[in-house]
Design a protein around this ligand. Structure first.
Ligand code: ABU
Length: 871
């Protein structure tokens, strides 16, 4: 049976080869002497149906073809599907079938194909070779694209079993019948890079045309095909929609495995010809038979040595049987004779053009496997694999690592140049954890370090010069507290940007907890200090009575409460909804040289993360709003005892604005580690720099300019303050206590002053009334601005004031009035001055000359005292 058309027209070259063998056999007198071996050829078109029909015609129709008796043996079929149908049926007629072209592993089933022999090795022989090369190139994930024919399916099954043994994963097993479009799409979808193609030549053209059209080709994809297609199979484009150029591009670089069908040996074969002589002879015959195509393109050209040797094997077996049985007595029912012929067939052992010809128990023939690669449109012999030894013999100067397979297109000038490696068996995923930009981290760290340095300097100065009046009057404990909180927050800046890339989730979560709790605690301590000062200012300016205990513990109570709230929130958060490590892809990725870089964002999240964050933000937000309210309420207050209250108010506004912007942006912008870090860090750094700058820079300037006064030096000059501070060398708590007493005294005096003001107003009205009366009596009354008047304390002095008037020019009957505005904002007056002012103004209110030098001095002294306290 010699197919001349169909899936594989293997009979085209096989038939002339068989005829050549037959001619030589018939000429040999030592083989089947007295007999002439006749060959009746039938074209099966590689169709199982047609093959079976031919078989039945041969069995039942004695007039079919030239056959007029029972046929002795069946040479062929060529195609596996035909062999499967014919071989299974033939055993029923005790007919021996000797195939020269069937590769189906299924045909090795002796129970099914009892009388089947073949000179074509089974396709399973390719599989160890494939696996060997997969291991060599490091491929662990492959796919098999299978045409729905038993020959291919059974080959694939064998490959799967072998692959499993060698830990090679068959990711996809894709079957197709006629149109491979969907199969190719599925391979593409599954990101298959290494494909074993098991199909006939005609289907191979369709597969590669579709692969080209679906852009499933190129250096990233490696196809492994059977090697017995005609050499230029991909250039036959009559039955596909691709051009020869497109097909050449699609198939470039693929590998083939094929049984070695023509021996390399120069030894003479059973026919007396060498393998080279045989092929030269066959080539000339084929050129005559097929003048329009190259001999390599003739169907079955590669298998022709197998057909030649099969004919020889058949003749030699019959020759052996000739001695034991009368061939003329052969009938399909002659079981004994069948056994003799089977036995003689099994004894086959000769050297043919395809190498040593002998059959194993299953009627198969073993052979070495040749691996080829299509390079620049031509098949290049790469290596030979001996399945029995498991060794690769590299041919044509190929390197043992097979590196030329990936670099054959390039001429590298130096051995140091980077060569292409074998492509990956799938897209390689490289996970890259998004890190905070180094530049950003370093910049923020530098600013945080500067902030830390500044805060530490402020803290040291605040402690060292705590007995200086202007520092003592700014409530240094409160400021120290703010500084310590700020320092904690600034330290947190280093942690916020550190260790964003870790493969230790436990450590990552611990770091998250540390960062969060440090920030919350730092804020509470820092803002608590400022808030306590605002509360004190508010209480003083609203004349609320402050208990001694409150005034002593106010700072600790407020800061303690804030810390306690943080602690409670963090404990509940940790217990109810603990933070867990998450590493999620951002959605951004880049692909370079088959490596996909997936960017991942690592973070700590709770189930209800935003609720907890919202809770913390709300608490801090409420505190800031309270601070804003207190600042607004005390906006007009100027307390000597809290000389930097107005600066603290400015700090509160600053913190409010910065935190509002930063918190909003952090909540809006998700999954951006740089933005998260930048907003948090900038907020911390900005709040600390602005707040500490506002509060401490004036104090530092004061120290530098030497305008400060120690409490002890003030003692003699300002008795009230000296009294309230005691010696001024007590502990901080003592200072705090004395200050509170002093403030109480101050408040009482202010109240007293208010009463006096009312009295003065009453007296002024009375004086105005009297002036009016004096005017009516013709007396002159001059009302002068006290500021002008005070430049010349003694009204009797004759020196000129800045109006150009001389005091001496004033009419002796003139009355000089003091402006009431002098008493505006009595709170600015110091305790000592207030007492004096009260007594003086009381006196003046009763005298004719209302302004007295003493008051003028006190006014000057008052302003000076306030300036000193804030420096
Ligand atoms: N070497 C050709 C194999 C054909 C087949 O097994 O059908």
């Amino acid at each position: 049976m010699f197919p001349q058309a169909g899936e594989w027209a293997g009979g085209e070259a096989a038939f002339p080869a068989a005829i050549k063998a037959l001619d030589q056999i018939n000429q040999r007198e030592d083989i089947l002497p007295g007999y002439y071996l006749n060959l009746s050829a039938y074209d099966t078109r590689c169709s199982a149906g047609l093959g079976t029909t031919i078989l039945y015609e041969l069995l039942y129709n004695k007039t079919f073809g030239n056959v007029n008796s029972s046929i002795l043996m069946l040479l062929g079929p060529a195609c596996s599907p035909v062999s499967t149908a014919v071989g299974e049926a033939a055993k029923m007629w005790n007919l021996i079938v000797l195939s020269y072209g069937s590769s189906s592993p299924a045909l090795s089933n002796r129970a099914r194909f009892h009388t089947f022999f073949r000179t074509h090795p089974p396709a399973t022989l390719h599989n160890p070779t494939r696996i060997k090369f997969f291991e060599l190139f490091g491929w662990k994930r492959i796919a098999i694209l299978i045409q729905t024919e038993e020959v291919w399916q059974s080959t694939a099954e064998n490959l799967e079993v072998l692959a499993r043994k060698h830990n090679v994963h068959i990711a996809v097993r894709q079957l197709f019948d006629n149109d491979p479009s969907h199969a190719i799409s599925n391979l593409q979808k599954d990101d298959i890079r290494i494909i074993v193609g098991l199909f006939y030549e005609e289907k191979a053209r369709k597969v590669f045309c579709k692969a080209y059209q679906q852009k499933y080709f190129g250096e990233s994809y490696v196809w492994w095909l059977v090697g017995w297609y005609a050499d230029n199979w991909f250039l036959k484009i009559d039955d596909i929609d691709c051009t020869a150029d497109e097909m050449s591009r699609a198939v470039e670089g693929h590998f083939t495995t094929e049984i070695q069908m023509l021996t390399d040996s120069t030894t003479r074969t059973i026919s007396g010809l060498t393998a080279r002589e045989f092929i030269t002879d066959l080539n000339s015959t084929l050129k005559q038979l097929f003048p329009n195509k190259p001999v390599e393109s003739v169907g079955g050209y590669v298998e022709s040595p197998l057909a030649y040797d099969a004919t020889w094997a058949l003749a030699l077996a019959l020759n052996r049987s000739l001695g034991r049985a009368n061939l003329e007595e052969w009938s399909y029912g002659n079981v004994n004779m069948k056994e003799i012929m089977m036995d003689d067939m099994k004894k086959t052992d000769f050297f043919g053009v395809s190498g040593a010809v002998k059959f194993d128990e299953l009627g198969n023939r073993m052979s070495k496997i040749v691996v080829e690669q299509l390079r620049n449109g031509y098949y290049h012999r790469l290596a030979r694999f001996d399945a029995e030894k498991g060794s690769i013999e590299w041919l044509n100067n190929e390197g043992p690592d097979g590196s030329r397979c990936w670099n054959y297109k390039h001429n590298y000038s130096s051995s140091y140049e980077k060569r292409r490696l074998a492509p990956y068996d799938q897209m390689q995923i490289s996970n890259k954890v998004l890190e905070i930009s180094r530049t950003l981290y370093l910049t923020m760290s530098c600013f945080a370090a500067l902030g830390l340095l500044f805060s530490l300097v402020c803290l040291v100065l605040n402690i060292a010069y705590r007995k200086r009046k202007f520092i003592w009057q700014s409530k240094p404990m409160y400021n120290n507290c703010a500084l310590i909180g700020g320092i904690i927050c600034l330290v947190d800046v280093f942690l916020l940007g550190a260790d964003s890339q870790t493969d230790n989730p436990t450590r990552f979560v611990k770091l998250c907890q540390l960062k969060g709790s440090l920030l919350a605690a730092g804020f509470s301590i820092c803002y608590g200090g400022l808030l306590a000062k605002l509360v004190r200012t508010y209480l003083l300016s609203t004349k609320k009575t402050i208990s001694r205990l409150w005034s002593m513990c106010e700072l600790f109570i407020i800061v303690g409460c804030l810390l306690l709230i943080d602690l409670i929130v963090f404990i509940i958060w940790h217990i109810k909804d603990p933070l867990v490590f998450t590493s999620e892809p951002t959605g951004d990725s880049s692909i370079l040289h088959d490596v996909k870089t997936v960017f991942k964002f690592q973070q700590c999240r709770s189930k209800h993360h935003m609720i907890w964050i919202g809770l913390l933000y709300s608490i801090k937000g409420i505190l800031i709003v309270i601070g804003i309210y207190l600042s607004y309420e005390t906006r007009a207050s100027k307390l000597e005892m809290i000389n930097d209250a107005h600066l603290v108010r400015m700090c509160t506004y600053n913190i409010f604005i910065v935190c509002l912007i930063s918190a909003s942006l952090t909540l809006i912008i998700e999954r951006n580690q740089d933005a998260d870090f930048a907003f948090a860090s900038i907020a911390i750094i900005l709040c600390c720099f602005v707040s500490f700058g506002l509060i401490f820079l004036p104090k530092i300037l004061c120290l530098i300019r030497g305008r400060d006064q120690s409490l002890s030096s003030i003692g003699n000059k300002d008795q009230a303050i000296s009294n309230s501070t005691g010696t001024g060398h007590g502990s901080n708590s003592t200072t705090q206590q004395l200050s509170s007493e002093d403030e109480e005294k101050h408040r009482k005096l202010v109240a007293e002053n208010e009463q006096l003001k009312a009295l003065i107003a009453e007296r002024e009205a009375r004086v105005n009334e009297l002036i009016e009366k004096l005017k009516q009596h013709g007396n002159n009354v001059v009302i002068r601005d006290v500021q002008r008047f005070t430049t010349n304390a003694n009204p009797n002095q004759t020196s000129a004031n800045h109006d150009g008037e001389s005091a001496g020019l004033i009419d002796s009957t003139a009355y000089v009035m003091r402006r009431r505005s002098t008493f505006a904002n009595p709170i600015t007056l110091s305790t000592h001055l207030s007492n004096t002012a009260i007594s003086t103004t009381t006196t003046s209110a009763t005298g004719k000359v209302m302004e007295a030098p003493a008051e003028t001095n006190h006014k000057h002294s008052s302003t000076s005292s306030y300036r000193e306290s804030v420096c």
